[in-house]
Design a protein around this ligand. Structure first.
Ligand SMILES: [Zn+2]
Length: 330
């Protein structure tokens, strides 16, 4: 994966680029933070409300983290100021009402230890750009035992503070906004990536439709199962058995996606509505036309399912498709 050159200017601000040789203005970072918080909030809701549908779980804290080393040399100094980095890994934002928030974690806290695993101090000026430090910190959280408190040590204004977070158990998946990408979305089994353009003209409910579709791929282990079936996702993806099995996984992700939405308290009808209203723009970008059902056909199938879900009062609903996650694709 092309990991997140955070030195790229976020498209939202492309109309007002920073002067040459200066870092981006503070508004750039706040735009980035706001988008990452929207993504984290949607992800928190979907993963925690659907824990019963997942066999791979992790503690969910509701705090997107980032690393100063994710910002390139041209933006690093400005990023350090905007995000208050006192060490390499920091809390970018806190989902309101989520465990980190309840425990008193704040945006711009710098993380020096997670469950006793030390996190790096401030990087040297010439430290290479990359997401390694962020990924390592996320891995410590993802592999921590579920149902147990997560012990953080943070730096805030020079003070070391111990904070114990009582996490909520959720599906195991990482989430990331893909910068410098259009209306793109992918799920490789471990991470859901959503193109930054969704965070421009799309509502949270619409973004949740896309995120739930991608999370459904991860819950159903589609990438793993397609690989096991030796399916070609490249140029031959639309042909014969490749096309049939990819189409099958897409239809399943559509269907499971609306259950994920409904279980998380989103209107399940938002999915068919989204495909009807926005599907036309997204077909061919996010969804290759021949391996995905056309957006109209998609909307009709999903509408019927959404009506059924709306008539079912219990939550979470665990649809039968979840049981197929261990069945080889053939
Ligand atoms: Zn898909």
């Amino acid at each position: 994966m092309p990991t997140i050159a955070r030195s790229l200017l976020f498209l939202l601000l492309a109309a007002a680029p920073a002067p040459k040789n200066e870092g981006p203005p503070p508004a750039f970072f706040e735009t980035l933070r706001a988008a990452d918080l929207r993504m984290a909030t949607i992800a928190y809701r979907l993963t925690t409300a659907n824990a019963a549908l997942c066999d791979r779980l992790q503690p969910q804290l509701g705090m997107p983290i980032h690393a100063l080393t994710q910002y390139g040399p041209a933006t690093r100094t400005a990023a350090a100021t905007a995000f208050g980095f006192e060490s390499t890994v920091g809390v970018e934002a806190v989902v309101p009402g989520a465990p980190a928030d309840k425990a008193g974690v704040r945006a711009n806290d710098s993380i020096v230890a997670i469950n006793g695993t030390e996190q790096p101090g401030l990087p040297t000026a010439d430290a290479a750009e990359g997401a390694g430090a962020r990924d390592a910190a996320e891995a410590v959280i993802a592999t921590a035992p579920v149902g147990k408190p997560v012990r953080l040590t943070v730096l805030r204004g020079g003070q070391r503070l111990p904070i114990t977070v009582q996490p909520v158990t959720g599906c195991r998946s990482r989430f990331e906004i893909l910068l410098g990408s259009g209306l793109d979305a992918t799920a490789d089994g471990a991470i859901v990536q959503i193109g930054e353009r969704f965070f421009e003209g799309y509502t949270d409910a619409e973004i949740a439709v896309v995120v739930s579709h991608e999370l459904a791929h991860n819950i159903l282990r589609h990438r793993e199962r397609l690989d096991a079936a030796k399916i070609n996702r490249g140029l031959l993806a639309e042909l014969g058995r490749n096309g049939r099995l990819i189409r099958e996984t897409e239809d399943q992700a559509d269907l499971l996606g609306i259950y994920l939405l409904a279980n998380a308290g989103y209107d399940p009808m938002s999915a068919p509505k989204f495909w009807r209203q926005k599907g036309g723009t997204i077909d061919g970008g996010l969804f290759r036309s021949r391996t995905h059902a056309s957006s109209k056909a998609r909307a009709e199938v999903l509408e019927a399912a959404a009506r059924e879900i709306a008539a079912t009062p219990t939550r979470p609903i665990i649809p039968p498709v979840v049981a197929t996650r261990d069945v080889p694709l053939r």
